[in-house]
Design a protein around this ligand. Structure first.
Ligand code: NAD
Length: 317
């Protein structure tokens, strides 16, 4: 058990939130959970989560309220109209672990503080596997005292927590990192496709690039061709892994933030377009590295409305 036992209201018991709540129970905390989907609530109850009749009820007795929801509109709706902020005791620490727009994260933080609460944004990387194994990385925005209070809870759900700065900084770090990842996966995929046309074997390109200046996570861990990295999703017909719709969502959030700030991020915008088209078709159920196949066939390049047409973040898995 990590430090003091806390009472945690946990809203959103889906792919990520379910195992995260279960890990808080395992660490000795009292977790009161709620989700709109009764089956998910039942699964969480099986893991020792106490069931609340509503999200408001989950927040009422809590020292800390954690949300793990699809998008910013869900978080803001629950904070404001859903009554979480009015139901919680003054001074309750709100930690939003969802991946949402930076602007929404800042609004959520401000709404929390205006209601007499304290707030952090703490999006994660590590996926469902990391949520189950408690090996997530948290990227945290908010005050130092709030970060320190949250640390033992984050340690029960993850391996690492980085305090990135003030409100919204966790979301900013998350989308900037994933913009690097999305662009680099496309770069690695295009290099393999070009190599194929030049008669270069996948293994030869891997052996060179993985020890040269082309080295990156998209190549050496999540290699988009089968063979060189046996554990990569390409070896199991692109079963996720990190689902393409989630990459499309994150790149959409990066594009929104870039547009709002007047920052060009040309490759980020192009990657958002390519992933939006891929996720709407073959990529709907594939790992994001499967974009290699559509890049190879040239079918992903037709223009479709990018995620920027959906300023609240588009799809999620
Ligand atoms: P999910 O859809 O499985 O879970 C979200 C849950 O929120 C659902 O069970 C839904 O019923 C619940 N919900 C929605 N509105 C609600 C409301 N008003 N009250 C109570 N519950 C409500 O999604 P997920 O995969 O768990 O992802 C959650 C967040 O984590 C997303 O923001 C996602 O982008 C982010 N994320 C996901 C992954 C991943 O691999 N799945 C990785 C990193 C980050």
């Amino acid at each position: 058990m990590n430090g003091d036992t806390r009472t945690i209201g946990f809203i959103g018991l889906g792919h990520m939130g379910g195992p995260m709540a279960a890990n808080l129970v395992k660490a000795g905390h009292r977790v009161i959970g709620f989700d709109l989907v009764p089956d998910l609530v039942a699964t969480a109850a099986g893991a020792g989560v106490e069931v609340a009749a509503s999200s408001k009820e989950a927040a009422t007795a809590a020292d800390v309220v954690i949300t793990m929801l699809p998008a910013g509109r869900h978080v803001l709706a629950l904070y404001r109209d859903g009554g979480l902020l009015s139901a919680a005791r003054p001074g309750t620490l709100f930690i939003d672990c969802s991946t949402i727009d930076v602007a929404d994260a800042r609004s959520a933080h401000e709404a929390g503080v205006a209601a007499g609460m304290r707030a952090l944004d703490a999006p994660v990387s590590g996926g469902v596997v990391g949520a189950e194994a408690a090996t997530l990385t948290f990227m945290v925005g908010g005050g130092q005292a709030e970060f320190e209070e949250a640390e033992p809870l984050l340690a029960a759900m993850g391996r690492k927590a980085v305090h990135c700065g003030g409100r919204g900084a966790g979301q900013a770090a998350k989308i900037c990192n994933n913009m690097i990842l999305g662009i680099s996966m496309i770069a690695v995929s295009e290099a393999f496709v070009l190599g194929e046309s030049l008669g270069l074997s996948h293994q030869a390109l891997f052996d060179v690039a993985s020890t040269a200046s082309g080295q990156c996570w998209a190549l050496t861990v999540n290699c988009p061709v089968p063979g060189p990295v046996p554990a990569s999703p390409a070896n199991r017909d692109y079963l996720p892994g990190f689902a393409a719709p989630l990459m499309a969502k994150d790149l959409g959030l990066a594009a929104n933030a870039a547009r709002a700030g007047g920052v060009p991020t040309e490759l980020g915008r192009k990657a958002a377009e390519l992933y939006a088209a891929y996720a709407a078709g073959a990529g709907a159920t594939e790992d994001f590295s499967g974009i290699l196949r559509t890049l190879r066939n040239g079918v992903v390049t037709e223009h479709r409305p990018g995620p920027e047409s959906n300023p609240k973040g588009g799809t999620t898995a």
